[in-house]
Write a protein that binds this ligand. Structure first.
Ligand code: ITT
Length: 193
């Protein structure tokens, strides 16, 4: 069974491709020659995840999944949240977004935050969603060079390392993305057995 993963983020693709579902081949947008933009027009992670999966599934008339992820910081009233990719502006880099979080969190004692991923699996006009959440805290400065996005400033609960100090394998032991993917994998195995 082949399933398209609708993402234009190569880091997400690498993380997802490190996870295996027996009997399932994950196909990237590059593999199918899709170079357009995925629509992301809503104000919740759930809706944006659905929008991306539905768009691709209908365009290619096949099984597809997408995910939307946000970093939710308590002291920032849930920001950057659904705007995580463009927190510091439409053309913001990972560095710009991290700088904005660090400066808004300067002097802040409550550093609690969480990553939330919602995967949407879309097939034949029906869909199902899977949520993965990892609690943690926002560090006072960047630590580590691995990973992407907000990884250098996020330390998951139960770890002494930031996400950016972890190998892919270590990150998968804590990862919000892996948690949602495990639920998705479980679902696929149940419906394909
Ligand atoms: P697609 O919509 O094409 O999948 P995107 O990068 O636009 O890619 P999102 O809308 O889900 O994806 O944006 C989430 C942003 O949150 C992303 O650009 C990163 O900056 C950040 N992010 C997501 N997952 C992350 C992770 O595991 N570690 C650190 N930062 C992450």
């Amino acid at each position: 069974m082949k399933i398209i993963f609708a993402t234009s983020n190569q880091h997400k693709l690498r993380e997802i491709k490190s996870l295996v579902i027996p009997g399932v081949e994950i196909v990237s947008l590059q593999d199918i020659g899709f170079e357009g933009e995925l629509p992301e027009t809503h104000e919740t992670i759930e809706e944006n995840s659905l929008e991306k999966a539905e768009y691709l599934s209908k365009k290619f008339n096949t099984f597809c999944f997408a995910e939307d992820t946000g970093l939710i910081v308590d002291a920032l009233n849930g920001e950057p949240g659904v705007y995580s990719a463009r927190y510091a502006g439409e053309t913001a880099t990972f560095d710009d977004n991290v700088n904005k979080v660090l400066s808004k969190m300067e002097g802040q004692k409550n550093r609690k935050a969480r990553f939330k991923t919602v995967i949407t699996y879309y097939s034949q006009d029906a869909y199902v969603q899977f949520e993965g959440v990892t609690e943690g805290e926002i560090l006072e400065e960047r630590i580590g060079n691995e990973g992407f996005g907000y990884d250098p400033i996020f330390k998951p609960e139960g770890s002494t390392k930031s996400y950016a100090e972890m190998s892919l394998k270590e990150k998968n032991e804590f990862s919000h993305r892996k948690k949602s993917f495990d639920l998705f994998a479980n679902h696929l195995q149940q419906i394909t057995v």
